[in-house]
Ligand binder design. Structure first.
Ligand code: SF4
Length: 572
């Protein structure tokens, strides 16, 4: 369960591979269904069915009820030339299903528009049960129905579950419905599961602050028992650009300093709470504008202003508020960015090993071969693709080896022309035996920009791994550019020199001599850059998303309160 837009439906569809997941594992009956070939997947699909949210659009308006319910037999059943006996048995089964969902034989020849919403959902349910599945995804099956009809459908679902021994994945935003239907409840927020627990444990002992707020928001029909309810403050952030660290932190009343604050939280806070840009504010005559960077808020100063005055004011303001504002507990430094300087690590194009290229190619190929739906021209073309050292071995669909070779050749041409010129190092695409294609690589050339992106990541990781070092506090941003990597540094001129020599020792000590990235670094220098003469920056520490941890009784929670050795959320 979770609020609208949190990703419940996408999750349910991804479990059935109706949308392709971008990562992770889906294990059904002991098999990872993300890695099995299409032919096997087809077999498994019979065991997994779905009932969609909207019964009005999930039924084909031109098909009779009999055809809709029997659709599964047409797709997964024996070939066209089946015997009369089998056809008769299928028809019998459709009749039984129609009765089991509370409709009658009269309805068999009618079209969907002749039914009410509740009846349509019953037809959808009969269709889902036709192939005797083990697992059914119910995607908000009652949310489009009237309350009285909702109860009937829910009771029907319960009855059928008992009768056929079904496992449901029941998706809903209505906690009372979920509690009635489920054995275990998982709560999603912004695309992630944040709490998962058996139903009673969940209702009586919810641990995540978001879940607690959801439970507290269930209306109590008795006015005498009603208590003051505190809702969740703030807007749901954009799922395209979710907050760093804990996704719930901007709205959480129990958030800590290390929950994931960043520049986009700090700048609005400074503007709203301190009104720093208001002409009456003592700092307004110094500050031109406030800017947000990923983990910093930067005050650009007016010409002739005094950076040290702003710095000292910000330092005392933040230390005063540190105890009461969790975000300011995440503050690691307030300092000047003096002058227009940055550290530049220059790159030249690198030579990348063949096995790295093969891996990169496989990562690009995999999403392309996932067109597994019928009617798609690529359906069944490639069954599997895997890495074998400096080669990628592709298994073509039955009788489709030549078409698969043609597809891969064209795909490579497209990639080379557009975003991945390093794939010029691809040396051969050939059929090695019927059904198997080999794509082979030699050492290739990595363009400067791509080398810079990899290098920026490595530098950032190196400083992130030791947060106690003074260099972690100094470093404001690491950015890949066209000819290398630039690092923005906090504090006085000395910090530039210190950080530059720290980087030199990083290259001489931590990066192995035969590592391709080592050969691609051509020098480290301090450069002037365009930008304001003086700014004062406030840097927040970077934090990662809390893990889903087991706190006992199969109760999993992703919250920093719970990731501590013992969760004592109540005492916080
Ligand atoms: S980790 Fe827990 S305490 Fe921190 S913001 Fe998220 S929900 Fe709140």
């Amino acid at each position: 369960m979770g609020e609208s837009g949190c990703g419940k439906t996408t999750f349910g569809r991804a479990v059935l591979r109706l949308v392709e997941p971008s990562g992770g594992k889906i294990v059904f009956d002991g098999k990872d269904i993300l890695s099995i070939p299409p032919a096997q997947l087809r077999g498994i699909r019979k065991q997994m069915q779905i009932v969609f949210q909207d019964p009005y659009s999930s039924l084909d308006p031109r098909m009779t009820v009999e055809r809709i319910v029997g659709e599964g037999f047409a797709i997964h059943g024996p070939p066209e030339s089946i015997s009369k006996n089998v056809k008769f048995a299928q028809r019998e089964r459709i009749h039984q299903l129609i009765e089991q969902v509370g409709l009658s034989d009269d309805h068999m020849s009618r079209l969907p528009h002749e039914f009410s919403g509740g009846q349509k959902q019953r037809i959808a349910l009969a269709r889902a049960l036709a192939l005797e599945p083990d697992f059914v995804v119910l995607d908000e099956p009652t949310s489009a129905l009237d309350v009285s009809v909702q109860a009937q459908v829910l009771n029907l679902l319960k009855r059928l579950q008992g009768k056929f021994g079904l496992t449901y994945l029941f998706i809903s935003h209505d906690l009372s419905v979920v509690a009635h239907m489920s054995d275990r409840i998982a709560v999603m927020y912004l695309g992630k599961i944040i709490e998962l627990a058996p139903v009673m444990e969940f209702l009586n002992n919810a641990k995540h602050p978001y879940t607690q707020a959801l439970i507290a928001s269930i209306p109590i029909p008795d006015p005498k028992l009603r208590k003051e309810r505190k809702g969740i403050e703030g807007e749901v952030p954009s799922p395209i650009n979710p907050p760093n660290g804990c996704r719930f932190h901007p709205r959480c009343s129990l958030a800590f300093g290390d929950c994931g604050w960043e520049g986009r939280d700090l700048v609005p806070f400074m503007i709203e709470h301190e009104k720093m840009l208001d002409p009456k504010h003592p700092m307004a005559k110094h500050i031109e504008k406030l800017r947000q960077e990923p983990f910093a808020a930067i005050a650009d100063l007016k010409t002739g202003s005094k950076p040290d005055v702003v710095k000292e004011w910000l330092q005392s303001w933040t230390s005063e508020l540190r105890k009461t504002v969790p975000m300011l507990d995440a503050l690691v430094a307030v300092d000047r960015i003096s002058g227009n300087k940055h550290i530049l690590v220059r790159c030249r194009s690198g030579r990348i090993p063949a096995d790295l290229l093969a891996k990169q190619f496989l990562n690009l190929l995999n999403p392309q071969v996932e067109y597994r739906e019928r009617g798609n021209p690529l359906f069944g073309l490639i069954a599997n693709a895997e890495l074998d050292g400096e080669k990628v071995i592709i298994e073509a669909g039955q009788g489709k080896t030549d078409s698969a070779v043609e597809f891969v050749t064209n795909f490579v041409k497209r990639l080379r022309k557009t975003t991945n010129p390093e794939l010029k190092a691809l040396s051969d695409i050939r059929k090695i035996e019927s059904g198997r294609i080999e794509v082979k690589f030699r050492e290739g050339k990595m363009p400067v920009k791509k080398t810079a992106v990899e290098l920026a990541k490595r530098i950032e990781d190196a400083f992130e791994s030791d947060r106690s070092s003074k260099f972690y506090n100094m470093l404001l941003s690491v950015k890949a550019t066209r000819n290398g990597v630039t690092l923005k540094v906090l504090g006085p001129d000395d910090n530039w020199d210190n950080l530059a020599s720290e980087l030199k020792s990083y290259f001489s000590g931590s990066i192995k001599k035969n590592d391709w990235i080592d050969k691609a670094v051509s020098g480290i220098a301090i450069k002037s850059a365009k930008g304001p003469e003086d700014s004062v920056a406030m840097k927040l520490k970077k934090s990662s998303e809390p893990d889903l941890v087991d706190i006992g009784n199969s109760h999993l929670v992703a919250c920093r309160l719970c990731t501590k050795s013992a969760c004592d959320i109540e005492t916080q």
